[in-house]
Design a protein around this ligand. Structure first.
Ligand code: UD1
Length: 427
């Protein structure tokens, strides 16, 4: 059985560097499919989601090497247009390959990614967007068959700024005939990074980072080399840990300009923040103020991917906080685990009410999802006594070295991994 074991109660001090961003690298890997040559991506974190994506792309015939955080993808030798069901059915973000495969082959078979522990996560916006470009879909059980003679640029209005749907449409549109205008597009930094990469490959995209993106279709893309930026969610996780434990840490390689809402919340909690372009320093005396009300929102709002970590940190404040989750309908599972440690949290629909007036004690808890697992690490670090987190393979989907990074800050945390569990992770 894999687990993380923490002996909590220590303040955190020191410097930690942030890994490359998971949510940026996955669509960048998909973009490599559109290049009938070699694409190099640097600063690629060694996380399970990347490893699974490598397996999927190798299943398509790509030749891939991954060493020293450098991923070299040769997509010249693609030999099938069907995603391998064994991986694709398990890994939700494999759906991001759909737009790229259609762009490359005009004909693709993907698998419905299904729901996950944070919500149902439909893909209707991906499908409707691609349909507007001329793609016809047939569905047989979990299998999705997509076919198009000629991808035609058009105007697509997204009723909600879905990150995945925006990425899929971009990947299909970059080599479409004519111009695609995505209105209501997601504005996340990962979208900007994907567009920068596609433009470096010879694409012509304008407006990334705003809610209207124009994609002027080009005939071909070419080789490129890109470096993934630091992971804003991992950076926020480490800052939340320092806030809850108390202490003073410096987080380097953090994309601070994309972290304004997370940093503002930490200041509201009474932490002192000093940021430069790519590093941020936090000082916390451990006496945190509550946050009377905050809600998750699409970027530039407060990220849903930091909601669980914030909830864990707020358990160590004094007073009542309210968090409203507006993005995923079922993202409060972690509250149940935090309660095992003594937290006083009431869930009312999409709101979590956190009453914090006593310290938490270590306990045996289970990670139910990636960010919820990271939240349990924060709680374990700030609680007194021993916390053992099982099902921690969820955490390794997105954190390459959470144990060693946090050890470096003076915490007592050890990891034990059972390799056979990896494939059972609900990815
Ligand atoms: C991406 C991120 C994830 C983050 C999320 C929101 C990756 C690999 N994952 O996920 O970490 O939490 O953005 O910031 O980048 N929706 C629909 N229909 C659709 C698509 C989405 O109803 O076709 C809904 C979802 O159920 C959810 C909301 O829109 O309620 C946001 O989803 P979306 O922005 O698409 O998130 P992902 O791309 O899946």
């Amino acid at each position: 059985m894999s687990f993380l074991e923490i002996n909590g109660g220590r303040k955190l001090y020191g410097t930690v560097s942030v890994q490359g961003a998971k949510n940026a690298v996955l669509p960048m890997m998909a973009a490599a499919l559109l290049n009938q040559g070699v694409t190099v991506i640097q600063n690629v974190p060694n996380i399970l989601d990347v490893i699974h994506m490598i397996h999927i792309m190798e299943g398509l015939g790509c030749k891939i090497s991954y060493e020293n955080e450098i991923l070299t993808l040769d997509a010249s030798c693609l030999n099938t247009n069907e995603l391998p069901s064994i991986w694709a059915g398990k890994m939700r973000c494999s759906i991001i390959l759909l737009g790229a495969l259609i762009g490359r082959c005009k004909d693709a078979v993907a698998y419905y990614p299904g729901g996950c522990s944070i919500g149902t996560r439909p893909i209707d916006l991906h499908i409707e967007g691609l349909k507007k470009m001329g793609v016809a879909f047939t569905f047989e059980g979990e299998k999705i068959r997509a076919k198009v003679d000629k991808l035609i640029g058009t105007e697509i209005l997204l009723p909600f700024p879905s990150v995945g749907a925006t990425e899929n449409i971009l990947l299909a549109a970059v080599k479409a005939h004519g111009t695609t205008c995505i209105r209501g597009a997601a504005r996340e930094p990962e979208i900007v990074e994907l567009c920068q990469m596609l433009n470096t490959m010879g694409g012509h995209i304008e407006g990334a980072g705003s809610d209207t993106i124009l994609v002027y279709g080009v005939a071909e893309l070419h080789d490129c080399s890109m470096k993934v930026s630091g992971d804003r969610i991992v950076a926020a996780t480490y800052l939340m840990a320092a806030a809850a434990c108390g202490g003073e840490i410096m987080v380097t390689e953090a994309p601070c300009n994309y972290m304004n809402t997370s940093l503002a919340v930490l200041e509201q909690m009474g932490c002192k923040i000093r940021k430069e372009e790519r590093q941020v320093e936090i000082h916390s005396d451990g006496n945190l103020c509550p946050v009377p009300y905050i809600r998750t929102e699409p970027y530039p709002g407060f990220p849903t991917d930091v909601q669980s970590q914030l909830m864990a940190a707020l358990c160590f404040s004094k007073g009542r906080s309210v968090i409203e989750e507006t993005i995923f309908e079922d993202r409060f599972h972690t509250a149940l685990e935090l309660k095992k440690m003594g937290a006083d949290i009431i869930i009312e629909g999409r709101r979590a009410l956190i009453y914090a007036d006593q310290r938490l004690c270590g306990a045996d808890v289970e990670a139910n999802d990636l960010r919820g697992g990271a939240a349990l690490v924060i709680a374990g670090l700030a609680a007194t006594g021993r916390t053992r987190i099982t099902s921690c393979q969820h955490i390794f989907r997105g954190y390459a070295r959470i144990d060693t990074d946090i050890q470096q800050l003076g915490a007592n945390i050890v990891k034990k991994v059972d390799e056979t569990e990896e494939n059972r992770a609900g990815i």
